[in-house]
Design a protein around this ligand. Sequence first.
Ligand code: HAM
Length: 497
Amino acid sequence: MANKSKFQAIRGTRDLLPPETALWNHVEETAHAVFDTFGFSEIRPPIFEPTELLARAVGGETDIVSKEMYTFEDRAGGLPDPGEMSPDGFLNEIRRAMNSGQLANDAAVIAQLEFQLENYNLRSDSERARLIWMYFVRGLRLGDSISLRPEATASVCRAYIEHNMQQLPQPVKLYYMGPMFRRERPQKGRYRQFYQIGAEVLGGGDAPAIDAEVIEMVMTFFDRVGLSGIELDINSIGHNAPDCRPAYVEKLKAALEKAKDKLGADSQRRIETNPLRVLDSKLEHEQPIIATLPRIADHLCAECAAHYASVKRQLELRGVFFKENWRLVRGLDYYMRTTFEVTAKGLGSQNAVCGGGRYDGLVELLGGLPTKGIGFAIGEDRLILSLQESGKGAAPHGRDVYIAWMGERAYATAVRAAKDLRNAGFSVELPPTESKFGKALERADKLGSRYALILGDNEVSEGSWTLKTLADGTQRKFTEPELLEFLTSVKVSGERL
Ligand code: HAM
């Protein structure tokens, strides 16, 4: 039976292991390279942010914020332990911390504790009074509420404002990669800690060429990384003005009300909370009803319609193939106008490998100056899965050279040879302990080594080293400089070591 460890990775999280990590690195290096050619620079925001920022940006009613965030109270630093002082002493400390700004000033907190002190007569020395007091104190939310980021657009906008990036030449083009956290039901392609590679363009207007170039960049990246058979869907969801999206949403609502009886419970609820999300429904029996609903493209205001038409022309100009999908509404509140998604094959229901769109009001909503914005995020886990399914997984990491050494003098030479070869860029395995050549060669083979360098005391004293090609067993003798020259020539000649 397998040895089951007491500890396992938390549900929805996983270890990324070799050789797969090589593929992750390859994907990330490709993103760095491609995004750089489009003039983007990397930003690395923190992994947790104020809950308020995320709620405001993504939307308090969205699934992400209302159900899926990992939120916790940041323990208020430097506060005394309530168990080590009298209740009045503790209250004084909290008052002091609130006055000095160390804690948010909240008179209700003090009033509530004072009331409980009096009402339950907790100033006594009894153990019972102490326990009740501690119960009340522990129930307080004194620290700031912080959350693990479920996405990074909010962070990038916060950073743009915080670092006065509107003073830089506009637009500011940033990209990021790293883990995000959502407490979703884990399944294939859906994790609670997952990785995104994303990019944002902030400021500098809302020319449709910006939308098109951002989309072109994603598609170029997917092409470069070898992801084939993907589909790009685009849509425009208009903007928040009486003659645009809100008018459409009213029409949609009316149409949904008429069909309400035929809809499932989730969609029925969404007629009130977020009718656009009904368009997202995958339920079989709702599809014929959805097909008859009014379409947003027919209800865009003149400017949004012109913007959308221009985005499409700009995509065509760039040779980017797309499909219009009027049902593409996204699950985050900040979007307006252009939305897009890329889906890949072989991923089952979680087939979106990238989602993005325009979010012109977001920076302002977060306290900055009015600033246009557009961006996307790629689901790296799903991208890797899709690459693996199409046979583009990473090969195990072999070694260029395994140094099979025997004898003390040979060892000193082996150490030096390993250093020289590594400095020249070769991957070298130098076994830490001596073993018979037969055993060493077996191990070299298991590690997927291309060559074994055989160093015994004889070889060292003769200055003639034996290099064995493990694939065919052939051997050649070299002096030390010749060896380096030979290995380098094999590498330079394009043959991958
Ligand atoms: P999103 O659609 O929520 O958009 O996520 C983008 C991508 O992240 C998805 O298409 C999917 O590939 C991946 N993803 C999301 N949740 C999970 C999960 N639980 N497990 C695995 N992969 C997942 C955003 O996050 C926006 N911030 C994108 C954006 C940037 N829009 C404008 N700028």
